[in-house]
Design a protein around this ligand. Structure first.
Ligand SMILES: Nc1ncnc2c1ncn2[C@@H]1O[C@H](COP(=O)(O)OP(=O)(O)OP(=O)(O)O)[C@@H](O)[C@H]1O
Ligand SMILES: [Mg+2]
Length: 201
C-alpha cells in the first residue's frame, strides 16, 4: 500500500492518470505491472485499464439517478455480463463495503461516506489487481474519512491488492507500507515514520 503525497500541483493526480492510462506522459517510459503503458494503443490501454485497475476519485462520479446496486453493476454490464449476474455481484460487493441496506437507494441520496463506499465497490467489482485512489477521503469529515481509510486498508489486505493512495492526510500516509513524496519535479521515497502528523499541501 503506497501513499503518494505532495503539495497541490506537485503532480499526484497526473502520476495516477499516467499510470492508469487515462493520460499520456509527454516524455519518458512509464511501466505499470511491467507493461509500458505509455506505448499501448488506445484500445489496448482501455483493455489494460479495465482489466487491471480500479479507480476511486475524491468526488465519487456515481450516476446519481441510478441505485447503488446499478452503479456497482455498471462496469460488469459494460463487459457484457448478464443483468442477473452483474446485479448479484454488485449486491455482494455492497455487502462487502457495509451497504447491504442501501443497495436500492439512489446514489444521489446517499451520504458522502456512503457514496465513497459505493465507489470502492464499483472500483473493485471487476476484480482488478491495482486500486488507485485520488484523495478518496478528501471531501469527508474526520470520522468518516477514518472509516473509509480503514475500509481501504481492509480491502487492500483481503483482496491482496496493490493500492496507490493519493492523500493530503499525513496520518493516513504514515499508516501505508511505503510513501512517495512529489516535490519540485522530484519523486522521493520517504519512510512513513518520517512524516509529520497532520495535513500537507
Ligand atoms: N494533462 C495535462 N497536461 C499538462 N499539464 C497538466 C495536465 N494535467 C495537469 N497538469 C498540470 O500539472 C501540474 C500537476 O497537476 P496535478 O493535478 O497532477 O497536481 P496534484 O498534485 O494532483 O494537485 P492537487 O493536490 O491540487 O490535486 C499542474 O500544474 C497542472 O496544471
Ligand atoms: Mg490532484
Amino acid at each position: 500500500m503506497l501513499a503518494i503525497v505532495g503539495e497541490s500541483g506537485a503532480g499526484k493526480s497526473s502520476l495516477l492518470h499516467i499510470l492508469g492510462t487515462l493520460d499520456r506522459a509527454s516524455a519518458g517510459d512509464v511501466y505499470c505491472a511491467q507493461i509500458p503503458v505509455g506505448k499501448l494503443a488506445d484500445d489496448a490501454a482501455a483493455e489494460f485499464r479495465n482489466r487491471e485497475i480500479g479507480f476511486v476519485w475524491q468526488s465519487h462520479y456515481l450516476l446519481p439517478e441510478f441505485t447503488a446496486q446499478e452503479n456497482v453493476a455498471m462496469p460488469l454490464l459494460m463487459r457484457g455480463e448478464s443483468q442477473r449476474q452483474a446485479g448479484e455481484k454488485a449486491a455482494e460487493w455492497l455487502r462487502e463495503v457495509g451497504l447491504d441496506d442501501r443497495k436500492h437507494h439512489r446514489a444521489g441520496e446517499l451520504s458522502g461516506g456512503e457514496q465513497q463506499r459505493v465507489a470502492l465497490a464499483r472500483a473493485l467489482v471487476t476484480g482488478p489487481k491495482v486500486l488507485m485512489a485520488d484523495e478518496p477521503t478528501g471531501d469527508l469529515d474526520n470520522r468518516t474519512a477514518e472509516l473509509i481509510f480503514e475500509l481501504v486498508q481492509r480491502l487492500h489486505r483481503d483482496y491482496r491488492l496493490t493500492s496507490l493512495i493519493v492523500t493530503h492526510n499525513l496520518d493516513f500516509a504514515r499508516r501505508c507500507d511505503r510513501v512517495l513524496r512529489l516535490h519540485k519535479d522530484q519523486v522521493n521515497e520517504v519512510t512513513p515514520e518520517s512524516l509529520a502528523t497532520g495535513r500537507m499541501g
